[in-house]
Write a protein that binds this ligand. Structure first.
Ligand code: NAP
Length: 246
């Protein structure tokens, strides 16, 4: 059987972890990367995926990861990233901003650059890059500038990929979720579970599976179809900062 190969970054939790399940279900052989190998190995065992250490902020780590991949990669899901802090601009924590930029923005480009030859290999088969953006890529909120600036950058990068790779057999999709209940808020608030849970007080957020299933859908469209963007929000969220809470 000629299985297609998919790579997921940031697959040790949340959207990335659920995307392993979704892509295995539609027939992909899946390669997963993140820093927490204990979690990655458990997920690899559960789904029959291949776990490889990956820190997208480190060029060497990206290169070691990519060296272990098959020559042809059909799908790259650039998912690794997240937010740190919620301070107003005048209290900017420069280290947090640099970390967010390194993972959400530079990490995404590093991975795409390193995998480009493998996406183009055997060009009779179309490849697909799925960038996980956010509604923070086109909306803003008080205290969110560090993260929203990163996701605005992701949006610009997805569009530029589509321009620069026009005529090449690579599809580019950006998926922009609203609130998804994952470890995202726990990471943002430095492990403060009470503060993290309060984000979803009285409202029903999306589940990681909602986004993972959308990823599986976009990559299984006919080869000539490119889904540019997909914005997915909970019913209870009209804008990033407009939530209906019971
Ligand atoms: P999550 O549960 O915190 O997952 C984040 C994943 O990224 C983890 O697997 C983490 O793994 C990985 N990661 C972080 N830094 C990394 C690095 N330097 N190298 C490799 N992997 C790294 O959060 P999530 O909600 O699933 O987030 C996934 C993506 O969705 C992010 O890009 C996030 O910005 C985006 N998003 C989330 C929401 C939401 O509400 N949850 C909404 C819109 C967009 P390790 O720590 O093991 O490395």
């Amino acid at each position: 059987m000629n299985q297609k190969n998919a790579v997921i970054t940031g697959a040790s939790s949340g959207i990335g972890a659920e995307t392993i399940r979704a892509l295995v279900e539609v027939g992909f052989r899946v390669f997963i990367g993140a820093r927490r190998m204990d979690r990655l190995n458990k997920l690899a065992d559960k789904y029959g995926a291949t776990a490889l250490h990956l820190d997208v902020t480190q060029k060497n780590s990206v290169q070691h990861f990519v060296d272990e991949l098959p020559n042809k990669v059909h799908v790259l899901v650039n998912n690794a990233g997240g937010a740190l802090g919620l301070e107003p601009l005048v209290y900017m924590n420069e280290s947090d901003w640099l970390t967010m930029y390194q993972s959400n923005v530079l990490g995404l480009v590093r991975m795409s650059q390193a995998l480009y030859p493998r996406l183009l290999a055997d060009s009779r088969q179309v490849a697909h890059v799925v960038n996980i953006g956010s509604v923070a890529g086109f909306e803003t909120y008080v205290g969110g500038a560090g993260y929203t600036a990163c996701k605005h950058a992701v949006r610009a990068i997805s569009e530029t990929m589509r321009l620069e790779w026009l005529g090449k057999p690579i599809r580019i999709t950006e998926i922009d979720p609203g609130f998804v209940e994952t470890e995202f808020s726990l990471t943002r608030f430095g492990g403060d579970t009470v503060r993290a849970n309060s984000v979803y007080d009285g409202m029903k957020p999306l589940e990681a599976a909602d986004i993972a299933d959308a990823i599986a859908w976009v990559v299984t469209r006919p080869a000539h179809v490119n889904i540019d963007n997909m914005v997915i929000r909970p019913l209870d969220q009209a804008r990033i900062d407009k939530i209906s809470r019971k």
